[in-house]
Design a protein around this ligand. Structure first.
Ligand code: SF4
Ligand code: SF4
Length: 182
């Protein structure tokens, strides 16, 4: 043991340092927020309740039922049911998320090629039954209207969703390719 260490032990230097720190914080203002009376604005991009993006032109969901989000979901909590509509187009009959199983990883958002599913910054929700946390397509679209209205949703997608719809557009076919194809 060095002389320095011996002095520290004899005079309880470390203990005194600890007590001084406690004393200092005893008179500083508390940082605890009295939730729910005091609320902090959620940070942009917070991972809260899900929403299905409503297409402003059609008024329907942007989702095309490709199932990529469900395939990526580590909790397997997304269920999609589709049927075939006119011109062999897929119709999303049901899109459901069992939020109680969700880990809010946002992989579904990242996986979606069309920016059709988002996580809103809404974190205040509760319920007494499991059914209350089973979000159907209609409820998810309502979440979009409620929490991502106006430009908020579009700003979210611009900042926090990497793939852009343009990346997934139909590639232009050259005249040569068209000729070979026919
Ligand atoms: S946030 Fe993660 S766990 Fe939740 S639905 Fe999306 S992919 Fe699944
Ligand atoms: S990845 Fe997007 S478009 Fe495909 S099913 Fe999921 S939400 Fe719909």
């Amino acid at each position: 043991m060095t002389v320095n260490e011996l002095i520290k032990k004899v005079f309880f230097i470390e203990i005194l340092k600890g007590l001084a720190l406690t004393l200092k914080h005893l008179f500083s203002p508390a940082v605890t927020r009295q939730y729910p009376k005091e609320k902090r604005e959620p940070f942009p991009g917070s991972r809260g309740l899900h929403a299905l993006v409503r297409d402003s032109e059609t008024g329907k969901e942007k989702c095309v039922g490709c199932g990529l989000c469900a395939a990526m979901c580590p909790s397997q909590c997304i269920n999609i049911y589709t049927s075939e509509g006119e011109d062999h187009k897929k119709i999303v009959d049901r899109y459901e998320i069992d939020v109680l199983r969700c880990v809010f990883c946002a992989l579904c958002v990242e996986a979606c090629p069309y920016g059709a599913v988002v996580l809103t910054d809404q974190y205040e929700y509760s319920g007494y039954t499991r059914d209350g946390f089973y979000f159907t397509k209609e409820r998810l679209l309502n979440n979009w209207d409620k929490y991502m209205a106006n430009s908020k949703g579009l700003e979210y997608l611009e900042r926090f969703w990497s793939p852009k719809s343009a990346d997934y557009g139909v590639p232009a076919v050259s005249e040569e390719e068209e000729r070979v194809g026919t």
